[in-house]
Write a protein that binds this ligand. Structure first.
Ligand SMILES: O=C(CO)COP(=O)(O)O
Length: 246
């Protein structure tokens, strides 16, 4: 089965009207048509970016809440994201897990609700350096994936992003072999605990210090189906990362 290469740019809490206009202009041509591209935009600029980007590029919220509406000051619902033209949402990013104390259970509830509302979901998992050094990588990513699996009935609209926390924003990219090893064991876990066909079809992105310089070697690995890019997604080199398989 050929899994469509899928690259997400996670702008995090960066950008203003001027820089977002530049980024969107840069993304308006020259992208591999065989790659699916999504950008995670800060909430106040989602609609703005949507109007500037070509329709072929998806727009994602970087977070959402687990219910449609109500007294939840500061939160954003999947229905609102859909209403302003976003079709994706990133859920469970390590910054949400660590800084904002989101648990596996809350993330699972958000994923269930976002999918029920018709959004596509990039669900993030990944171990810390401490966990990796303690030999806990599989235990951690399997636990996180199990929580997700319990929340997902239909995997069609789900992409998993494996982002080792020690590689995020540090310049320490996982080697292609390290990333492939985890992606392969995740696919095996999914095959044994969800189904063979989901394991075959689900895209697993790698995230953590991906750049134009290291993306091609990572993209050549059989179980790496794309990237979730932070810092480099704000720069012109994001285009080279989208085109890593060209
Ligand atoms: O967190 C990330 C994407 O979600 C990765 O960030 P960097 O690419 O800046 O390491």
């Amino acid at each position: 089965m050929v899994r469509k290469f899928c690259v997400g740019g996670n702008w995090k809490m960066n950008g203003d009207k001027a820089t977002i206009t530049e980024i969107c202009k840069n993304l308006s041509s020259g992208l591999d048509s065989n790659a699916e591209v999504v950008v995670g935009v800060p909430a106040p600029y989602l609609q703005f970016a949507r109007t500037l980007l070509p329709a072929s590029i998806g727009v994602a919220g970087q977070n959402c809440y687990k219910v449609a509406k109500g007294a939840f000051t500061g939160e954003i619902s999947p229905a609102m994201l859909k209403d302003i033209g976003a079709d994706w949402v990133i859920i469970g990013h390590s910054e949400r897990r660590t800084i904002f104390k989101e648990t596996d259970d809350l993330i699972a509830e958000k994923v269930t609700h976002a999918l029920a509302e018709g959004l596509k979901v990039i669900a993030c998992i990944g171990e810390t350096l401490e966990e990796r050094e303690a030999g806990q990588t599989e235990t951690v990513v399997f636990r996180q994936t199990k929580a997700l699996a319990g929340a997902i009935k239909d995997w069609t609209n789900v992409v998993i992003a494996y982002e080792p926390v020690w590689a995020i924003g540090t310049g320490k990219t996982a080697t292609p072999e390290q990333a492939q090893e985890v992606h392969q064991s995740l696919r095996k876990w999914i095959s044994e605990n969800v189904s063979g066909s989901v394991a075959e079809s689900v895209r697993i992105q790698y995230g953590g210090s991906v750049t134009a310089a290291n993306c091609r070697e990572l993209a050549s690995k059989p179980d790496i189906d794309g990237f979730l890019v932070g810092g480099a997604s704000l720069k012109p080199e994001f285009k080279d990362i989208v085109n890593a398989r060209q």
